[in-house]
Design a protein around this ligand. Structure first.
Ligand code: NAI
Ligand code: MG
Length: 334
């Protein structure tokens, strides 16, 4: 079996971390057919579009895609964020953010949480308007039964597959009675299909507080778009921060995996970009491709490097991007 992987290096440190991930994936006993496609500001300067149709087509036809990061210039008229556009165009409805303890002093212990964020609707539906001559701004929050069903089912399925016992359904139905009310009602229905998993409801403000107080209580959190955006950034700080935070965007037959960080312009060419977030995104991609053994092998190699302080400066080490990559490959080959 050969997997066709669409690599999307993007801008800034994106090409550096994607090149490292390509080397690490190539060290595993799997056949890869890598194709590279353009995305981001550099691509816009070349082709006049930050997300050409040819890139979207290539992602659709690949087994999966691995994305680095893009630079989004502020104040450029007619420019659009290719990240948001890609998620919408490919209907990547589930944003998965695992938060797992790493063997490092900046990480809390005993955390193994998966945040499942709805990625296509909610407050990010893009329906906005101005009224009263500019004195009133309105954003519509759209929650549908279909959108809620598929994200909540994804959360329960993932809980079942990973042998977790609880799913926290996070909402604010006491105030947002219609939108969160529908999300909650759908969750209560779907939970009945999974008798082995306990559904726990939590209001989003309580959840933000509980994440700080006792993050280890959570196994899976499922929630709407904006709440998930905020809670997942909050949660990744307990487990090493941006240098190690990975995510996946999953649709019906398409998936794009990426580090959470951006293009970090000041780090370009310094060798200080931590490639580990991208390696962990690659390990999520391996899980998605049902290559669980290789996924585990990669995660173990990464953990061993972190524990041995074989890391870039953000994790207190003194190795460069390519040196960390070499160390991870050595440990894969042990
Ligand atoms: P950023 O994530 O690029 O950087 C934030 C901080 O984290 C900086 O101090 C940076 O040096 C550090 N950092 C980021 N990645 C790192 C890595 N791999 N290793 C070590 N340190 C790392 O966010 P910032 O500075 O707000 O944005 C820079 C550009 O990235 C902007 O144009 C922004 O629009 C874009 N961006 C793109 C994202 C994406 O492509 N998904 C996500 C976030 C921002
Ligand atoms: Mg975010």
């Amino acid at each position: 079996m050969t997997y066709k992987i669409c690599l999307l290096p993007g801008d800034g440190i994106g090409p550096e971390v994607i090149a490292s991930a390509k080397d690490v994936l190539s060290a595993l006993p799997i056949h890869w057919d890598f194709i590279e496609c353009g995305i981001g500001f550099g691509e816009y300067q070349r082709s006049n579009s930050p997300l050409p149709d040819s890139t979207l087509q290539a992602i659709r036809h690949a087994s999966a895609a691995l994305f680095g990061a893009v630079t989004t210039p502020p104040n450029l008229p007619n420019y659009f964020s290719p990240v948001v556009r890609m998620r919408q165009s490919l209907d990547l409805y589930a944003n998965l953010r695992p938060c797992k303890s790493i063997p490092h002093e900046s990480s809390k212990a005993n955390i193994d949480l998966l945040i499942v964020r709805e990625n296509t609707e909610g407050l990010y539906s893009g329906i906005e308007r101005i009224e009263d001559n500019g004195d009133k701004a309105i954003t519509e929050r759209v929650v549908t039964r279909k959108g809620s069903e598929r994200i909540i089912r994804k959360a329960f399925d993932l809980a079942q597959q990973t042998k977790r016992k609880t799913v926290h359904v996070v909402h604010k139905a006491n105030v947002l009675r219609q939108t969160c009310g529908l999300f909650r009602a759908v969750a209560l229905e779907i939970a009945k299909e999974y008798p082995a998993i306990q559904m726990i409801e939590m209001l989003v403000d309580t959840c933000a507080m509980e994440l700080i107080r006792a993050p280890e209580q959570f196994e899976v959190i499922v929630t709407t778009n904006l709440f998930g955006d905020i809670l997942s950034d909050e949660a990744c700080m307990f487990v090493g921060g941006l240098g190690v935070a990975a995510s996946g965007n999953i649709g019906a037959n398409v998936a794009v995996f990426e580090p959470v960080h951006g293009s970090a312009p000041p780090l370009v060419g310094t060798g200080k970009a931590n490639p580990i977030a991208t390696f962990l995104a690659a390990s999520m991609m391996l899980d998605y491709l049902n290559e669980a053994e290789s996924a585990t092998r990669l995660r173990r190699a990464v953990s061993a490097c972190i524990a041995a302080k074989e890391s870039t400066p953000d994790l207190g080490g003194n190795l460069s991007t390519s040196e960390v990559t070499k160390k991870v490959i050595e440990r894969i080959n042990y």
